[in-house]
Design a protein around this ligand. Sequence first.
Ligand code: BGC
Length: 758
Amino acid sequence: MFRKIISAVMMITALHAHAQQNADMKMKTFIDVLMKKMTLEEKIGQLNLPSAGDITTGQASNSDIAIKIREGKVGGLFNIKSVGKIKEVQKIAVEQSRLKIPLLFGMDVIHGYETVFPIPLGLSCTWDMNLIERSARIAATEASADGINWTFSPMVDICRDPRWGRIAEGAGEDPYLGSQVAKAMVKGYQGDDLKKNNTILACVKHYALYGAAEGGRDYNTVDMSHQRMYNDYLPPYKAAVDAGVGSVMTSFNEVDGIPATANKWLLTNVLRKQWGFKGFVVSDYTSVNEMTAHGIGDLQTVSARALNAGLDMDMVGEGFLTTLPKSLKEGKVSLAQINAACRKILEAKYKLGLFDDPYKYCDENRAKTEIFTSENRKEARSIAAQSFVLLKNQGNLLPLKKSGTIALIGPLADNKSNMNGTWSVAADFSKPISLYTGLKEAVGDKINILLAKGSNLEEDSLLEERETMFGKSLGRDHRPAEVILQEALNIANQSDVIVAALGESAEMSGESSSRSMIGIPSIQEKLLRALLKTGKPVVLVLFTGRPLTIKWEQDNVPAILNVWFGGSEAGHAIADVLFGEVNPSGKLTATWPQNTGQIPLYYAHKNTGRPLEGQWFQKFRSNYLDVSNDPVYPFGYGLSYTTFNYSDITLSTSSIKQGESLTANITVTNTGSYEGKEVVQLYIRDMVASVTRPVRELKGFQKIDLKPGESKVVTFTISPEDLKFYNYDLKYVAEPGEFRVYIGGNSDAVKEASFTLK
Ligand code: BGC
C-alpha cells in the first residue's frame, strides 16, 4: 500500500515536471521567435519602465509617453490608474507599435488597493499568515480588476531602527517572522496561477538591506558583515524567491561599498546563482541614475554597470534607454546581456498571459463590481482589529462600557485621510472611517460622544506641513494653542472617560520620513498630561507607523491601545476593540525602546563578552549609565482582555542526532473571563557555536483561540532546519551542543527547557 502511494506520488511529480518542461519549452520557442524580429532599440525598450505621468482619459494617444510606446521604447508603465486609461495605453502598444508587445502595468499596491488594510507593520502584528495572505489576495483582486498586473510589494526589509520611516512598510525586526510574511504575501498576490485574470506579479523589495540605513536616515549608507546579512537580513528576500516571486526590486543603498543596483555579487551571485531566482530584476525609482551621486560614474558608466551586474529593468531614469546602444558599440556591455534582460521581461509578460490577451485585466465590469466592495471592507475591518496591540490596560479600563459620556480628544480623533497610513496610492482619502464616525456608529444614541481637537499635530506649522503631505492634512487649527486645549479640557471635564487619539500622522512614516526623535510630538504630550490631570480615566488610542518612545506614557496613562494606521475601516475596527466586540490579539513585531539613544534595540542581540546579568547598573558591563537595557515593550509583546497561563515545557527527548527532529509541548490556559487569541511563540538559543549566536531567535509561533477556562496543548516540532545558521564560511549548518528552548507570549518568554544536538 505504502509503496503504491509513493509510486503514485512519484508519477504525479514526474508528470508535473514534464508538463512544466513542456510549458517552458513552448515559452522559449515563442520568445525566440519574437526576439529574432526585435531590433536592438526594441530590446532595450523592453528594459525601460517610465512613470505614466498625467495621462487623461481619452487623451492617452496624445501623451508624451504614447510616442515612446509606439516606437517600442517602453516595457511597462506605472502610476496609471483605471481600466479606461490602461486599456487605451495598452491599445497603443499592441496596435500601434511595430511588434505589438503588450505592456506591464505596475503600481505600489502595498497594503490594499482601494480597500486599504493596516500598514504592513500593523499587518505583521496579527501573526496570522492566512489573514496576511488574504489581504494580499483581496489587493490583487481589486488591482487586477482595475487593469494592474504587477505590484511593487512585498517590502520585506528587516528593520531594527524605528527612526527609519519605512519600518512602517515591512514586517519589523525578525527574519523568521519576516520570511513567513514574505511567503504569505507572494502567495496572496500571485495565487497558484499567474495566467488567471485576478492574480498579479509580485515584486519583492528592496533588495537588499535597505532597512539598515545608518542612523535610520532614509537612503543612507548600509554597511554590515556577511554573517549578519545571511542570518538576519537576507532570509525574507530569499523566502520570497523560494515562494516563486516574479520580480525583485533593487534598493537605493550600497552593499559592501557598491550600490545594490550595480552590485553583481548581490544580483547575480546571491540572487540568481545561490538562490536560483528566475524572474526579472527592476531598479528602484531612478536608482540607476543615483549611482552617479553615489560616486561610481556618469550615467553611461552606471547604466552599463547595472546591466552587467544583473539588472533587467530601469525604473524612470532611462539610463538604459539612452546609453546602452553606445555602451554596446564601445564593448562596455554585451548583446548577450541585453538579450538576457529582454528575455526576462518578455517571460514575465508571457507568464501573465499578456501575449494571449493583452486586455485580460481590462474588464470594466470587474472594475465596477470587485473594487471597494462591502465584503472586502468587512474583511479589512476584521483584519485591522486584529492588528491592534493592547500595550497597557490598568484595572481593566478597557473594554469600555456602552454608557455615560466619552470625550474623544486629539488631532487624529476625527480624520479620514490619515487612516490609510503611508503608501495607499490607489485609495480615495475621503473614504476611510474616522475614529469619531466609528465610535458613533458603534454606540448609536447609547452614549454621548463629545469631540475636540485638543492640539494640532505639531506646534511648529512648518513641521506639520512636512508631516501631512500628499493631501493627508489634519486641518491645522490656527487659534492659540491654549484656546484649543481649553476647549478639550471643557469636554473632558464633562465626561466619564477620555479617549485620546494621539500620535503620528500618516506621513510621519513611510519613504523619506525618518525622525531623529520618535516620541509623541510635544504639543500632544502636553495635551495628554493636561487630560490626565483632570483625574478622569484616559485611554490613549495611539496612531503610529513605527515604534515610539513612550516610556512616560506607559508609566502614567492607564490604558494604551496601539492602532497603527488601520486602513479603510480603521474607525470601525478601533471601536470594535474599544467596546470589546473584538478582543485584541496583536503582538509587536519590533521592539519599542525607552529612548532613541538605545537604538538599535532588538531582542535577538548577541550576548557580548560582558553581558549585564542581574541589576542595572554595573560598572564594566555592557550597559548605559543613564538608561537600562530594557525596552518599554519587547518584540512579541501584546496584551488581551483576558489572561493566559503557560505550563512548563515538555520536550520529546533531551538529545537528538543531526537530521532528527524533536517536539516541544506546552499547555496554554485562558485564565481570564473573555474568549481570546494568543500568539504562542517559540524561541531557541544555540549555546555554543563556532561563531557567536543571538541570545534567542524566533523559530516558531502558533495563534490559538481559547474560551475562558479552556486549555490547549501547543506542539512545536523543532526541525534540523531550525537549528541551522550561516557559519563563518557562509555554510548553512547545525552545530552540535546545547540548545535552549523558550516558549511564551513574547520574546521575554520565561518557560525554558534544553536539549543537546549530538
Ligand atoms: C520606492 C519604492 C517604490 C517606487 C515606485 C520608490 O521611491 O522606494 O518602494 O516601489 O518608488 O513608486
